[in-house]
Design a protein around this ligand. Structure first.
Ligand SMILES: [Zn+2]
Length: 287
């Protein structure tokens, strides 16, 4: 299953922006009470779902998407594994088997719908943009903007493997299993190396590789997302662009050696032993 990662969520943000920003929410309906959380733990009322408010902006950090109301309140959507936010023409009825847990009728007449069959996603209602900034500051910098210095600062003393470190949302937000493997391949860094062994230049290479990997995936994201939404369970077209992810045992696209599959932190990890060698200690003595 193609689980939404940062590029897919960014694609959703870009797709929804023209339909949502500037629109007033005429009516908001929650079909499952447990699908929306407030900071106080109380049930989400229509007000928390931004009913009667105007959408001022749609922002993303990592895999979280925030609808910011001009009146102040914020609604954060997490797509989880199977979450989909779509805008459709109003009028189409829904049944429980559609797994639509919340919907918003816009003043344009369109409907925004949050569908999530497996319900690992959900909504969080926040009282203000300040509380959104606070929530996002507790996470690592966003994958599209993180710098090498920020990565080194947050993980440079870690004895964990660099692959496991990249999946830590407090180090960098939005890098999942696919793009961690792809970025490490691009930066020619072995995923099994302890993060503490990376040199400053390698952190810079890695940050650059993360940006390039995610940016390319955002560019391909439209098609991936369409596949994902049209045919749930079918691999997205971006699969064809993966250099290492899901290709264990197959030849490396750069050097032809067999790609190696290992498990790290419980996650399938693929790398090229030729392009991503374990760094050897320099023990050579000058003659
Ligand atoms: Zn290779």
């Amino acid at each position: 299953l193609c689980v939404p990662e940062l590029p897919e969520v960014e694609t959703v943000r870009r797709t929804l922006t023209p339909a949502l920003v500037g629109r007033r929410i005429a009516r908001a309906v929650l079909h499952r009470a447990d699908f929306c959380q407030t900071s106080g733990g109380k049930p989400c009322r229509p007000r928390e779902l931004l009913q009667g408010m105007r959408v001022a902006a749609l922002e993303r950090h990592g895999k979280q998407l925030a609808l910011i109301a001009a009146e102040g309140p914020v609604l954060v959507a997490q797509l989880g594994m199977t979450g989909q936010l779509t805008v459709t023409a109003a009028g189409a009825g829904i049944t429980p088997s559609d797994h639509i847990h919340a919907q918003w009728l816009l003043d344009s007449g369109s409907l925004l719908r949050f569908r999530d069959p497996r319900r690992f996603g959900g909504l969080s209602a926040l009282p203000s943009v300040d509380s959104l900034r606070e929530r996002w500051a507790a996470m690592g910098p966003d994958g599209l903007r993180v710098t090498g210095a920020e990565l080194a600062d947050r993980a440079g003393r870690s004895r964990r493997s660099i692959k496991v470190v990249l999946l830590d949302q407090e180090v960098v937000a939005g890098v999942g299993n696919i793009y961690a493997d792809e970025a490490l391949f691009l930066a020619r860094i072995n995923p099994l190396r302890a993060a503490a062994t990376l040199r400053p230049a390698e952190w810079e290479l890695l940050a650059d590789a993360i940006h390039r990997t995610l940016t390319a995936a955002v560019a391909a994201g439209g098609s991936t997302l369409r596949d994902y939404m049209d045919a749930l369970g079918m691999p997205g077209r971006a699969q064809a662009h993966h250099a290492v992810y899901g290709r264990g045992g197959e030849p490396c696209l750069a050097c032809g050696r067999g790609l190696k599959g290992v498990r790290l932190g419980g996650r399938a990890t693929v790398y090229c032993p030729g392009c991503q060698p374990r760094r050897r200690l320099r023990l050579v003595k000058e003659a």
